[in-house]
Structures are given as C-alpha cells and as structure tokens.
Design a binder for this molecule. Structure first.
Ligand code: AMP
Ligand code: ZN
Length: 471
C-alpha cells in the first residue's frame, strides 16, 4: 500500500515518493537539540517521532540517511557560556553527551550523521557568500550580514511557503538579529552576526569580519552538505515552522543550488507540541521534565517511549504521570502475552504471521496512524490470549506470532521487557516450596509464597511448571 504523510508545504496528506529515481534512498533531516541545557520531554516527543518516521521508512524497504544536527552555537548558548565562564565546547559538550545518552534510553536509533554547527563554519560562510553574490544578502551598518526578503521576493521566490504571511503588515527595511522571532515582526534576518563584546571568545573570521553564524543558516548549510541541495524529508517540532524552517527554505532556495524544478525539501513534517499535565511546560509550574526526572521516579525509557508514541504526531499531546502508569500496564499486557507465547514456542522457529504486520502497516501508511496501529496490536494480544488460554496454539504458530511481533517492534522500538533475573536465593526458596507442597505441608508452602511476595516476586504455576513473575 502507498505510504502517505502530511506535508506542511502543501497542507495535505500526500503519497511519499522518494526523489531517488530508483525509489530506494531517502534523505531525512531533523533539526536537533540546541545544547544550551538538558533536552526536555517535549524535545524528546519530536525526536521519538523522527525515530518512528525513520524506522517506518526502513520497514518499507527504503534506505534512509538520517541527519540530526547539534546546534552548538546560537543566542541562548552564547548567553549561557558567558554566565558559566567556560569555553563553548566545554559548555555544549556536557549537554550533547547527556542528550545522546537520553536518546539511547528512549531506544532512538542513532542518526547516521550528527553534525555540529561549529564544525561547518566554512560551509556556512560559503553559503552566505553565494547569497551575497546573488544579491540576496547584504552587510548592514552593524557589520552583520542579513538576508533581504524584498530581494528574494523580487526574484519571484515565495517567502511564506510553510505558512501564510501578511506582507502588508510588514515593516519594510527592518531587520531582526535574534535567532527567534514572531511572524508579526518578520523582517530581514541575520545570516552572519558581527562580533560583539558579549560573544566573548565565540567568533570566527569571515569575509565580513569576525562573527558567528545565525541559527537558520547553520541548518541550511549542514543539511545541503550532507544530503545534497534537494532532499526528501525535513522534520522538526511545530514551533520551528516559522521562522526557522521558512528561513531555511529562503536561504537554501535563494542560493539556487537545486536542479531546475526541484525544491530544497520535498516533504516537510512537523510534530505537534507536548503539554505536561495539561499545561505548557515551565519550571515555575513544576511540570518541566527532563528525562532524568522521570527515570528518577522509577519510569523506564521504554515506558516513556511508549507514552510518547501513543498518540498521533500532529495532535498536541498531554503527557501525564498517570499516562506513564497506564503505559506500564499496557506494556505489561504485551509482555505477559509474549512470555506465554515464548513458553509455547519453545525452540520452534517460523516466519512472521502476516495479519499483525499487515494491520499495523496499513495503519502507519496513513500518515502514521499510530492509534490504529496500537488498536491492531491490542486486538492481536487479545486473540493470542484467547488461544493461549485454550491451549490451541502449536509451537510453530506461537513462533510465527513472536516473529510478527518482532517485525512490528522493529518499527515501534518498545521491545520486550528483559527477562527479570531471578536471584539465586529465590530459586532455593522455590525448591523448598515445591518440596513442601509435595509433602502436603501447605502451611510451609504458603509461608514461602508470602516471603517471596515480600521480596517482590510471585510464583505462577504454568503447564511447564512454576515460574517467577516480578510484582
Ligand atoms: P530546541 O532544542 O529547542 O531547538 O528543540 C529541539 C526540538 O524539540 C525541535 O524540533 C523543537 O521543535 C522541539 N520541541 C521544543 N519544545 C517542544 C515541545 N514542548 N513539544 C514537542 N517538541 C518540542
Ligand atoms: Zn534546524
């Protein structure tokens, strides 16, 4: 079935067709973290969404090159570096390392390239030079280089491709130097920011004097260097649509590097934002979570990932602690079914049974309809449980069901809970319990059961004998 995604550029759900004439290779860029602080759970909603897109494209037989940049120089970082009085690299390195650890905890596959903006300064300068040469950029009296929206529009290009802008309300000739601004104040934006004393040691030489790049040009330069001037997919959170992504289009298409008739990016996808307990995250409301806040409360990366993946990427998602508890229950349902399937399968092996895979894939083909995918999964769990209870599955059928789950999980990445290690002392207690039961000493066997329970374990009697289960 055809894979369809919503494209912010056309505001419609479209079939996803790779630019590659062979229909095989896909270039995908997702704006990465600004490493000025620890990434929060909202950021991770976007990165888990990008991971799902990548995994699903791979499932569809495509070869994906996933690029995620590290924004390691921009306004907020410079302010923090100044306050911390350390070098730029020392400051950003710490948050960058923590970010990669968090991605791993959430089972996000490592992107194939994770370029740092500071390592692409020559490419950034070359791109600004191209825009200068085309008359779309100019050096202002403050020594900074700006992108001229008027000149760009004068060439017949559209500024406002991802959203509608009302140019009558624009104040002609104004400029914005800051990396983030609202669409009400749309104006020429900075490509290269002239060095000011507050930048400290953060500056590079350039044909326009010492300075540093603007945030938007960083992504254009890194994306085009690694994926070519025209590529398939660009992702990010919805807050990046304007100005960041609109400016990326203007710079990249303004430099005129694309083959005739091709755009900088064919398909733009944006993940909606995450709220926590119904509100925009804020430190003062106490609802601002970085990953470690949640793992410290005892939640696993797997539970957090499951919750982040439980709703459609284009709807605002309300992340709650109750939601995390429900995620735990849902995953336990899956795990229990898988454990029983494993018991029946034993050493049998079989190719994946098709119905689960087909149902999940049909749902994800429709702009990643994840709710329908989970619906199909839980229906399947229900059917499996009925058959398991009736003892009607052969080992080969159970093995085929497990293989189907593995195929689906290669996309979802929630895995199966690792088999809990049973401490040796418990195994000894279990033996004593069996002996007590054999001797019909039920008082003793109940006492052992209670002792195990106090240690957090229960014994389940299965057709294959007793088995430990973590409470
Ligand atoms: P930043 O580190 O702020 O540049 O953000 C990294 C990514 O997280 C970007 O794609 C943002 O759009 C995204 N993002 C920021 N806040 C949220 C949020 N509350 N919910 C979902 N995504 C977010
Ligand atoms: Zn970006």
């Amino acid at each position: 079935m055809a894979l369809k995604f919503f494209n912010t550029l056309t505001r419609s759900v479209e079939e996803f067709v790779p630019l590659d004439p062979a229909g095989k290779q896909v270039g995908m860029y997702c704006c990465g973290p600004t490493v000025h602080d620890s990434a929060h759970i909202g950021n991770f909603r976007t990165f888990v969404f990008a991971d799902l897109v990548r995994r699903y494209l791979t499932f569809k037989g495509l070869t994906v090159r996933h690029v995620m940049n590290i924004t390691d120089v921009e306004d907020k970082i410079i302010a923090r570096v100044r306050a911390a009085n350390v070098s730029l690299r020392e400051y950003t390195g710490k948050y960058e390392a923590a970010f990669f650890e968090d991605l791993k905890i959430l089972s996000c596959l490592p992107p194939h390239d994770t370029p740092r903006a500071t390592e692409f300064i020559p490419e950034i300068i070359a791109l600004v030079e191209k825009l200068m040469a085309r008359g779309l950029a100019y050096k202002a009296t403050d020594g900074s280089v700006y992108f001229s929206i008027d000149k760009y529009r004068g060439c017949g290009c559209v500024y406002g491709q991802l959203l509608k802008l009302n140019f009558d309300e624009m104040r002609a000739g104004e400029r914005v130097k800051s990396d983030e601004y609202a669409k009400e104040s749309v104006a020429d934006f900075a490509l290269w920011k002239a060095r000011v004393p507050e930048d400290g040691a953060v500056f590079w030489p350039s044909p326009w004097g010492e300075g540093r790049p603007g945030w938007h040009i960083e992504c254009s330069a890194m994306a085009m260097k690694l994926l070519g001037p025209s590529f398939d997919l660009h992702l990010g959170g919805e807050d990046l649509i304007f100005p960041h992504h609109e400016d990326e289009i203007a710079q990249s298409e303004g430099a005129h590097l694309q083959p005739p008739g091709q755009r900088f990016v064919k398909h733009w996808m944006h993940g909606a934002h995450l709220l926590v307990e119904g509100k925009k995250m804020s430190k003062s409301l106490g609802n601002f979570y970085v990953l470690r806040d949640l793992t410290a409360k005892g939640f696993t990366g797997r539970e957090i990932r499951y919750l982040l993946l439980s709703a459609h990427y284009r709807g605002t998602f309300n992340f709650t602690l109750d939601g995390l508890h429900s995620a735990r229950t849902s995953l336990a349902r899956i795990d229990e079914c898988l454990t029983k399937l494993r018991e029946v399968a034993g050493h049998a092996e079989a190719p994946a049974e098709a119905s689960l895979v087909t149902a999940v894939s049909a749902a994800l083909d429709e702009d990643l309809n994840i709710s329908a995918a989970w619906g199909a999964i839980f229906e399947w769990v229900g059917q499996m449980n009925v058959q398991l209870a009736a003892n009607s599955l052969t080992p080969a059928q159970a093995a085929a069901a497990l293989a189907a789950w593995r195929t689906v999980d290669a996309v979802l990445g929630v895995g199966a809970a690792p088999e809990a290690e049973v401490p040796a002392e418990l195994a000894a207690l279990l033996e004593q319990r069996q002996a007590a039961r054999k001797a019909k000493d039920f008082k003793r066997s109940d006492a052992i059961r209670d002792e195990l329970k106090a240690k957090g374990w229960v014994i389940e009697d299965t057709p294959k004998g007793p088995r430990f289960k973590k409470l």
